[in-house]
Design a protein around this ligand. Structure first.
Ligand SMILES: *[C@@H]1O[C@H](CO)[C@@H](O)[C@H](O)[C@H]1NC(C)=O
Ligand SMILES: *[C@@H]1O[C@H](CO)[C@@H](O)[C@H](O)[C@H]1NC(C)=O
Ligand SMILES: *[C@@H]1O[C@H](CO)[C@@H](O)[C@H](O)[C@H]1NC(C)=O
Ligand SMILES: *[C@@H]1O[C@H](CO)[C@@H](O)[C@H](O)[C@H]1NC(C)=O
Ligand SMILES: *[C@@H]1O[C@H](CO)[C@@H](O)[C@H](O)[C@H]1NC(C)=O
Length: 267
């Protein structure tokens, strides 16, 4: 009757234990492939918001929302993720604040050029907002009212253009050959991510999982058994039959494959 005061201490003990285990075993806490919102088969360098930071590379955190598209924050702008192609490292994005074809936040689109490059398949379009009436500008694509902005009318022009006589302008990347705002919302624009894969290929071949070493800002390999973080894993958990059939990898050092003892060949 008297020992219920021990419960909090016990809880702390258990939580500490879990935290300790997590910090060591990213192989068990991170996923090789996961679903987020309506997109499946997502892999490193991405991680979900709720995953430990080490499961992804910094800047690749996805927010998942049940049956909706995942979102990602890049330089303080939220984007909806329309697609992720690991083979080409291309991400398809549309600004999350594009409501009824109009941007809600009156800021230009900027991406983090350390992590992403635009692909050649995009062009800029500019929303000139709060223009005098009547207003006409060369190359004007269309003019309309955006009920979500409140400063009108809005003129759409190609290129990255300043506001001129209008109140402000917002630049939005769009598919090249842009023909209408519906395309901007449906197809978005593409960026290619450029995270150094580091030892990822060797890591996966050796049965490991690519994770990030946050302090070094680099990709590393999480293994099912010690050494838990290395460039490649010991092969002992992979099919025994495979071990010895493949030639020794020149990139894996003896220390990182630790544990395997090569038996002397019988004479
Ligand atoms: C993001 O927004 C926060 C708060 O609004 C601000 O403090 C921070 O400087 C912004 N970061 C960038 C990269 O713009
Ligand atoms: C993402 O960006 C939005 C602004 O579009 C901001 O409100 C939100 O706090 C940001 N979230 C994170 C996790 O940085
Ligand atoms: C789009 O505009 C940005 C500046 O806002 C510029 O750096 C970039 O080169 C432009 N891209 C194209 C394809 O014109
Ligand atoms: C957007 O970029 C254009 C030129 O690239 C600039 O003239 C304009 O002021 C920018 N708009 C905002 C809201 O910063
Ligand atoms: C082990 O071998 C089986 C059958 O050859 C294969 O399906 C499985 O993926 C292999 N496991 C690993 C970890 O390579």
């Amino acid at each position: 009757m008297n020992f219920h005061h021990l419960i909090p201490k016990l809880l702390i003990l258990i939580i500490t234990q879990i935290r300790w285990t997590n910090s060591e075993g990213f192989y068990d806490t991170c996923s090789r492939s996961f679903s987020c919102g309506t997109i499946s088969g997502i892999q490193y360098p991405f991680r979900r918001h709720q995953d430990p930071p080490e499961c992804g590379y910094p800047g690749f955190e996805l927010n998942c929302d049940q049956n909706n598209l995942p979102t990602i924050n890049i330089t303080n702008i939220t984007y909806r993720v329309l697609g992720i192609d690991p083979a080409t490292q291309i991400l398809k994005l549309v600004r999350g604040d594009m409501i009824n074809s109009c941007p809600q936040d009156l800021v230009n689109t900027t991406i983090n050029h350390q992590l992403f490059d635009y692909t050649p398949s995009y062009m800029n379009i500019s929303f000139l907002i709060g223009c005098p009436i009547p207003f006409d500008v060369e190359g004007m694509i269309s003019s309309f009212f955006c009920t979500n902005i409140g400063i009108n009318p809005v003129i759409l022009v190609p290129g990255a253009t300043g506001p001129g006589v209008c109140k402000t302008s917002v630049v939005i990347p769009s598919p090249v050959g842009f023909t209408g705002l519906v395309e901007v919302l449906q197809d978005g624009f593409e960026v290619k991510w450029k995270v150094d894969p580091g030892p990822c290929a060797d890591c996966i071949r050796s049965g490991g999982l690519c994770v990030s070493d946050i302090s070094r800002l680099a990709t590393t390999c999480a293994c099912p058994e010690p050494p838990l973080l290395a460039d490649t894993c010991s092969n002992s958990k992979v099919n025994k039959t495979d071990v010895g059939l493949s030639p020794p990898s020149s990139t894996s050092s003896p220390t990182s494959t630790g544990g395997i003892k090569h038996c002397p060949v019988a004479a």
